[in-house]
Design a protein. Sequence first.
Length: 178
Amino acid sequence: MNAPPHRAADPPADGPEARPVEIGWKEYVALPELGVASLKAKVDTGARTSSLHVAAIRRLAGSRDGAAEIEITLAPDRRRPELLVRARVRQLARIRVTDSGGHTELRPVIETLVVLGPVAKRIRVTLADRSPMLFRMILGRKALEGDFVVDVSKKYLQPRPSLETAGRSTPSGAGTPA
């Protein structure tokens, strides 16, 4: 389902990078395919799926293979909600998600590249209105498995990323300022 992660360097299989990367309960991530250089994310091992705040979703014409093409508007900084980023993405599915309050809703699912420390990997993310929440993104267990170990007593163990340090450029048509 998810592609194998890419690490910044290709170390020997028994080298230090072969072990899971230690992260704290909150970290900064980059979403380079969406044009987001740095986003504060809560690491939530109690959540199965990851979730990303979107201010708006607009359905575009369907693609040749029947997958929906959507334009999402992101407000990556809670303190500066006027700063918006738009990206065109493929909606892979819609799934039912039960939030921590027991409320069930149908959410769109996309796949995107996430960069956290030395790890860059493709993950599936549900899209939701998280505007009342403290964190614009939740990183769930499926995004973490195999690559990270969480120390819940610490935070920001990995350096804050940027599009440049993520080693990725934004694909054309994605991640444009709104």
